[in-house]
Write a protein that binds this ligand. Sequence first.
Ligand SMILES: [Fe+2]
Length: 558
Amino acid sequence: MAASCFRCSLTQLPTEFPDFGLTPEQRREAVRGHYYEWPGMDGSSGELWCYSDRLSYRPGEMVTLFVSSTAAQFSIAIVRDGGIETSIFEKAGLSARWQDTPDQCSVEGCGWEASLEFRIGEDWLSGAYRVALSAEGRDGKPIHSHHLFIVAPLPGRKPGRLLQVAATGTWLAYNTWGGSNHYQGITGPNRNQYATMVSTQRPWCRGFVVLPKEAPRVPLEVAVPPKTVPRYPHMEWAFATGRSKKYASSGWASYDSHFFRFAERAGYAVDLASQHELHFSPEILDGYDCVVFVGHDEYWTWEMRDAVDNYVARGGHAARFAGNFMWQTRLEDEGRRQVCYKYRARSEDPAYRGGNVTRATNSWEAPEIGRPGSATFGLNATRGVYAGWGGCAPRGVRGFPVYRPEHWAFAGTGIYYGDLLGADSHVYGYEVDGLDFEIRGGLPYPTATSGAPDGLQVLAVGMASQVEESADIPIEDQFLTDEDGRFTAETLFGEASDANLDKVKRGNGMIVNFPRGKGEVFHAGSCEWVAGLLRQDAMVERVTKNVLDRYLGREKGE
Ligand SMILES: [Fe+2]
């Protein structure tokens, strides 16, 4: 990791990639290969897997856990994972058995029989509850696994409290357990396609619930020498340690937990909900003066957006410290199945064949949907995208370049025009959201066709890229390539031509603020904002508190 230089605050980065003991072939497999968690993978040492019937529960509701294990007995320990860890209950001597799992469990769900039921106590505080399971392996050594569920708040007015909405749609999309997610998969006739439908009825992949401190984040902490072929420390670490290939892309452990713990430690009262509450119980928002979204927050339904838009219009405050507001999803089977056809939407999604095309599971910016992401949170995913890794600005800004330091969000930070906010803690990346903009008199303004809501102010803008473009990277070593750029070109302009690619490949990431109806939205459009909270970056913490305090109606200095 970085070392501080003498008598200055500059951070010196190593010039070599970290090494996790992999051979060149293994390093390639770590990035190119499709590896995932599946029942039977650890057959010789034994296995223990768990999922719950739902993502979230209210106090008083029953939780059902489904467990499959090579061991006949297991134990569980449940802790609430907040500013402090609170032990909730432990139980040993529970009986387990091996349960058959369908090949397409990622899509259909595991379908196991219930192993354990318990009721959420009326006194259980809203938050994230980690379930640690352990048993004896076949070789006598202990085996472990982790699950997580959310306790959502009861309805009612909650003055002074924050509601954080965990990015559970993105967790589902990236969950590698069972072999298929919305990125890669064992689905389709040749067992080589990503899944257009993913089930909630399966365990979380390894690294979504808990991670050790040394787990690399996606943005590079390497001062990349000239002509360096990119490497991906997070995937190499995942491969070397048996974690999910996507542990750094999504999940409680990499993202949502860092805001929740920061907020509780900073003295805020925070409740937690899943995105399923936004979808099925939008009235949950009405109890709060401020609702927060963080991390990698890529998959939303139409109904979830309605919930936030209506809440803000009625006077609510939405604070989004998150990136990549990209895809529309649909929920089916009472929320047990998430649908997103993505790149194959125009050819395969039934919404295009006699269905309601505004609900197509495509990019929010597809013109036929008619609801760009900017209409809710002020920024668009396809105008933003990659920064700080691969061949996409690997030597880029690291922090948000600030243009309007006089804005209330920056009060007390001492930041100046042209400064980078959060560069030391690397808050800018790995996916960011932006807008088409122009500079006038040294200040950024959204263009007339950008989709920016009325009254939107651009506080900060950095560069991002949608295409890996370098003579220094052989095509076989490109991971991001121009695939996303070509898709965006086709989605926005009808054809994936070079000319259209040129229109979309240069992106940006912004911090913006705008009013809507009686309410207001603040949006720092980067997945990695939480890295500033994790790494205790004073300036990032101050901006976060400025936003929360204003939206909660707290007086300055309270
Ligand atoms: Fe993403």
